[in-house]
Design a protein around this ligand. Structure first.
Ligand code: SF4
Ligand code: SF4
Length: 420
């Protein structure tokens, strides 16, 4: 399947336009500012605390609309959110005028991403109420914009995207599943090209149509993990030698892809969060991993890598379902969010019991989600078995190891049905 979506006229025009992605990024930056204004005034109040999270429009838009949509888009199309992300804009603009220092080893190790994510989950999430208190959301938005700006001022290229942003890491892992890929059209043209505009240092800080600042060799992109779909290399290339083509979903899993230890750590955190149980992480993930490593003592490296990569499809499915549960639960609430965007009045009425949210009409939506759940897990299990049987990822693993991998995936899927 090689249909190039850039051949669809409006998409081609947008991707080649010098206004893309800068204009959508500025629009998203103004959306960030609006969300900040809509949440910063609503702090913790014990009376309305159980209700305000779902009643504040900014909080709802971020956690129960944008977040689920971003996950689905990542699974379908890869880093499409990153193409319009305002943090990339802030980071890139700052890096144009900044010190352009080489990125230090502690950032390049990749461990800052899971550490930052752990802070979001355990610090901001658990103790500061990131999802519950609108003002904490506002502080979080201001913090990530500041970090993108400061890192841009200090380090070269897209340092925030490449070494700090947890969202980019989550999207990157899920984008292995995507049914679309950004690739060079004709590798021979690249070999003959004298100027290498998509790669050259000379063009790194052009406002638009710059060479790749995601540390990629655009003509040799192997998988979807790191390409932000920013389209700058397309505009830089004198021959527009790039395509955004349809492909079979899960295609990257049939290549030799590799997770670095920091990415594995990040995956463990995502699994613990999605499963909503750190016991489940141990019982359904770490114990099966121990047995898999035990049977493949001669080649623990490929087994560890394959095991971790095989967790990604199920984690993506569970993450999306988790997020969509939030959308359905909040469906009857959205009209109140627009009537009272700050949500304080509505939350007070709920606390006083002068208003009751009627959730009785959501039966069909819950049933649909139930059916989708079974279907999604069925698809990811079938895909995982195909990966185990056919992918070069498991070519060094013997049949006993492969059987254990199949059982491990089944057990991991089961963890979303049984609470530990
Ligand atoms: S990696 Fe993060 S900051 Fe960069 S574009 Fe993607 S979401 Fe935005
Ligand atoms: S390869 Fe091209 S589209 Fe991908 S991140 Fe680099 S410049 Fe952007």
């Amino acid at each position: 399947m090689t249909m190039d979506l850039l051949g669809i006229k409006p998409l081609g025009i947008i991707a080649r336009s010098r206004l893309f992605p800068i204009v959508p990024q500025f629009i998203m930056l103004s959306v960030y500012a609006t969300l900040f204004i809509g949440s910063v005034g609503v702090g913790y109040d014990s009376k309305i605390a159980p209700y305000i999270a779902n009643m504040n429009l900014a909080n709802q838009l971020v956690w129960n609309i944008w977040w689920p949509v971003t996950l689905v888009v990542a699974v379908i199309a890869g880093h499409l959110w990153c193409a319009v992300c305002p943090l990339e804009l802030v980071n890139s603009l700052a890096s144009r005028v900044g010190l352009k220092r080489k990125v230090p080893g502690f950032l390049r190790s990749g461990w800052v991403v899971p550490l930052f994510y752990a802070f979001i989950l355990f610090g901001a999430g658990k103790y500061l109420g990131l999802r519950e208190v609108p003002r904490t959301l506002a502080i979080y938005l201001a913090t990530v914009v500041s970090l993108a700006f400061i890192s841009g001022l200090i380090w070269e290229k897209r340092s925030f995207c490449s070494y700090i942003c947890p969202l980019g890491s989550i999207i990157g892992m899920y984008s292995y599943i995507a049914g679309m890929e950004w690739r060079v059209k004709d590798p021979k043209f690249f070999d003959k090209c004298k100027t290498k505009d998509c790669l050259t240092k000379r063009k790194r800080y052009k406002l638009t149509g710059h060479s790749c600042t995601s540390n990629l060799f655009p003509a040799k992109i192997h998988d979807n993990r790191h390409c932000l779909l920013c389209t700058h290399c397309l505009k830089a290339c004198p021959d527009s030698n790039f395509s955004f083509a349809l492909r079979l979903p899960f295609a990257d899993f049939f290549k030799k892809i590799k997770l670095i230890p920091a990415e594995m750590g990040m995956l463990m955190l995502i699994i613990g969060f999605v499963n909503n149980s750190w016991h489940a992480l141990v019982v359904f993930t770490l114990i099966p991993l121990f047995f898999c490593l035990l049977v493949s003592r001669k080649s623990p490296g490929p087994m560890l890598n394959a095991f971790m990569i095989l967790l990604i499809p199920t984690t993506a499915a569970a993450h999306m379902l988790h997020a969509f549960r939030g959308i359905i639960w909040n469906w009857p609430v959205y009209k109140y969010n627009f009537i009272d965007p700050l949500g304080v009045r509505t939350a007070t009425m709920l606390a006083d019991k002068t208003l009751v949210i009627d959730r009785s009409g959501m039966g069909a939506a819950w049933k649909l989600l139930g059916n989708t759940t079974g279907l999604l897990y069925g698809v990811v299990f079938a895909a995982s078995v195909a990966i185990i049987m056919k992918s070069p990822l498991t070519e060094e693993i013997d049949w006993k190891g492969k059987v254990l991998l199949v059982l491990s995936v089944a057990l991991y899927i089961a963890s979303f049905y049984f609470k530990v």
